[in-house]
Design a protein around this ligand. Structure first.
Ligand code: SF4
Length: 298
């Protein structure tokens, strides 16, 4: 049950973020991305880490426009009917920007595009190809939607382009999934997609997923979700505090203490994940280069 607005605890000290410093790369990254007319989930989702991530010269690209065909109750990305077809020049511009940013690990995500025949999978594939061509030494991480109704074909398309990391967020525990994500998404379907990604891949690919806490789930349900992800072959997991983006979104149920995040990290390691990033401000793409490095270094 959520607390009434007046009774909700104030944002704790551990959730406070620092503004980007003047001598960081923040301004350069902003100018470059806007100049290339590229979207990032950092801005679209009002991510609290934007100062830190852009300040260190990293970002998470969002392809296929700024309008999502779903309306998840925790997400701030604009929802509606996308007006434009995929931009065929977007993969090239994105790769050029990633090269200018000298990225060693590139994260590419998208809005959901249930309006497209292949749900946008071909744009993911084209983007991976463009990145590998221009940045042959960089690893590519795709954070994909569930490709509902087109899962097998989409996985074949995306994985044939050989991303180094296939990421799909489970987002929340089984009990809250339908309420938070709506009828098109399914907890079991997301697990199945992750398992199939490992099976369909023709080359080495790490599978990754993430969830938010503070939406009303119990510790036991979080543990169950971690076990489910592991049972479906997921190797990297991220756990972070849910933040209510606007008053019309689902309210925060509770602020999860950093010690509890540490206990999730320990549980994740016990369950056999190769990398567990669990902390209040962790997001799926937060320090994704380090998450990938943690499993790729001998
Ligand atoms: S955590 Fe991810 S979405 Fe947030 S600013 Fe960093 S790269 Fe962008």
């Amino acid at each position: 049950m959520s607390l009434p607005v007046g009774d909700r605890p104030r944002r704790p000290e551990w959730m406070k973020v620092r503004a980007p410093s003047a001598d960081s790369l923040y301004g350069d990254v902003r100018k470059l991305l806007h100049g290339q007319h590229l979207h990032t989930v950092c801005e679209e989702a009002h991510c609290p880490n934007v100062g830190e991530c852009w300040g260190r010269g990293t970002a998470a690209f969002q392809i296929l426009g700024d309008t999502c065909t779903r309306a998840c109750r925790y997400c701030n990305v604009r929802s509606g009917k996308p007006q434009n077809p995929p931009d065929p020049d977007e993969p090239r511009r994105l790769a050029k920007a990633a090269a200018e940013m000298k990225l060693r690990h590139v994260v590419v995500t998208s809005v959901d595009r249930d309006d497209l025949p292949n749900r946008g999978a071909s744009q993911f594939a084209a983007t991976i190809h463009a990145l590998h061509e221009l940045l042959p030494d960089a690893s590519v991480e795709v954070l994909t939607p569930d490709f509902a109704g087109f899962e097998e074909q989409a996985l074949a398309l995306v994985l044939a382009a050989r991303p180094e990391v296939f990421n799909h967020n489970i987002e929340t525990v089984r009990r809250l999934h339908a309420r938070m994500r709506g009828g098109k998404a399914s907890y079991a379907g997301s697990l199945q997609l992750l398992a199939r990604a490992g099976e369909v891949a023709t080359g080495p690919v790490a599978t990754k997923s993430g969830l938010m806490v503070g939406l009303g789930e119990t510790k036991e349900e979080i543990a169950e979700t971690l076990r489910d992800l592991r049972d479906h072959g997921v190797e990297i997991v991220t756990i972070g505090q849910y933040l209510q983006p606007t008053p019309r979104h689902t309210p925060i149920d509770r602020w999860v203490h950093p010690d509890e995040f540490e206990s999730f990290r320990e549980l994740g390691r016990e369950l056999g994940f190769s990398s567990v990033f669990s902390a209040p401000l962790v997001r799926s793409s937060y320090r994704a280069d380090e998450q990938h490095l943690a499993i790729s270094e001998p």
